[in-house]
Ligand binder design. Structure first.
Ligand code: HSE
Length: 309
């Protein structure tokens, strides 16, 4: 059994307009790193916490809570594991910062315990961690961070992560203007009830979106990726949302929307060339505006959380 393991915990885009709390995809150029090591003292311990600040009280730390859930479920009381976290994804940025830490920690502990659980079985333990930050049990960032690619979370009494296979080669651009929007706050602006006509539009488009991925049909994908439920309530919190949307559309993006609960926004493009044009246009706009910003770009990651060798 290994004594130390170094883990890549990727960022993700949740909702993708059409699947609030149910859809997400995995990023390839943004993530946290966690080094987990065996120690003598039994239990899970927090070690070095680098990068963006994260709580050092174990019960408030999403990584600790997720790791501890795995540990307790595996019933391995005589093993000690210390988590050293390099927090590179800014909390409150809208690209699944808390999910990345929760998934990375759960995965690392599972590896050091000799893999008692499959990746899919780790989902509820990761949600235990995510719930500390967002005050609700949702898995639309966790599922793609865990499994890679596009994922759908089927929710009834529990959660089931389904990988949505596609041969579409999609490229993303994410623009993060560095203001903080807490997911827990951002969820309060969304109405808890929606009219039946709106629900019909949204669930038919979610079905169309998942079909489009399997059929490799980019036109259907773009047609279906519309947000009838959330965008209108959240976009006013995001500076320059409409200008960014216009630029994405003008430069050929298939889809543009709010990444998770914002403030990041994302564009999905059918080619690297189109993504480069979108990224350049975002850069030209945001450089003239008031907030510091960071642009992420790359191909949708297909691997999810993994060991760095
Ligand atoms: N589905 C969540 C939301 C993702 O939009 O509130 C953010 O964690």
């Amino acid at each position: 059994m290994k004594n130390t393991i170094r883990i890549w915990c990727p960022a993700s885009v949740a909702n993708i307009n059409v699947g609030f709390d149910a859809l997400g995809f995995c990023l390839s150029d943004a993530g946290d790193e966690i080094i987990a090591e065996r120690v003598d003292s039994p239990g899970i311990h927090l070690g070095e916490l680098k990068g963006f600040p994260t709580p050092n009280k174990p019960e408030e730390n999403v990584a600790f809570v997720a790791a501890n859930s795995v540990y307790r479920a595996a019933k391995e009381p005589n093993i000690g594991i210390r988590l050293n976290i390099d927090k590179r994804i800014k909390p409150g940025s809208g690209v699944g910062s808390s999910a990345a830490s929760a998934v990375g920690a759960a995965f690392a502990v599972n590896e050091l315990l000799g893999k008692p659980f499959t990746k899919e079985e780790l989902l509820p333990f990761c949600i235990d961690g995510e719930a500390i930050a967002s005050k609700t049990r949702h898995a639309d960032n966790i599922a793609p961070t865990l499994l890679g690619g596009f994922c759908l979370v089927v929710t009834q009494d529990d959660h089931l992560a389904v990988s949505l296979e596609t041969n579409l080669d999609l490229h993303y651009v994410v623009a993060h203007q560095q203001i903080e929007i807490k997911t827990s706050t951002s969820r309060t602006v969304i109405p808890h009830e929606i009219p039946l006509e709106t629900a019909i539009k949204q669930w038919s488009n979610l079905g169309g979106f998942t079909a489009a991925l399997f059929k490799n049909d980019k036109d259907l994908l773009a047609y279906c990726a519309k947000d009838f439920v959330v965008e209108t309530h959240r976009k006013s919190q995001i500076p320059h949302f409409d200008e960014l949307k216009e630029l994405a559309v003008a430069n050929g993006a298939l889809i543009f929307g709010i990444s998770g609960s914002g403030p990041s926004v994302f564009a999905l493009c059918e080619s690297d060339q189109s993504a480069k044009a979108v990224k350049e246009s975002f850069d030209q706009l945001l450089t003239k505006k008031e907030h510091a910003y960071h642009l992420y770009s790359g191909s949708v990651d297909k691997k999810g959380v993994h060991e760095l060798l």
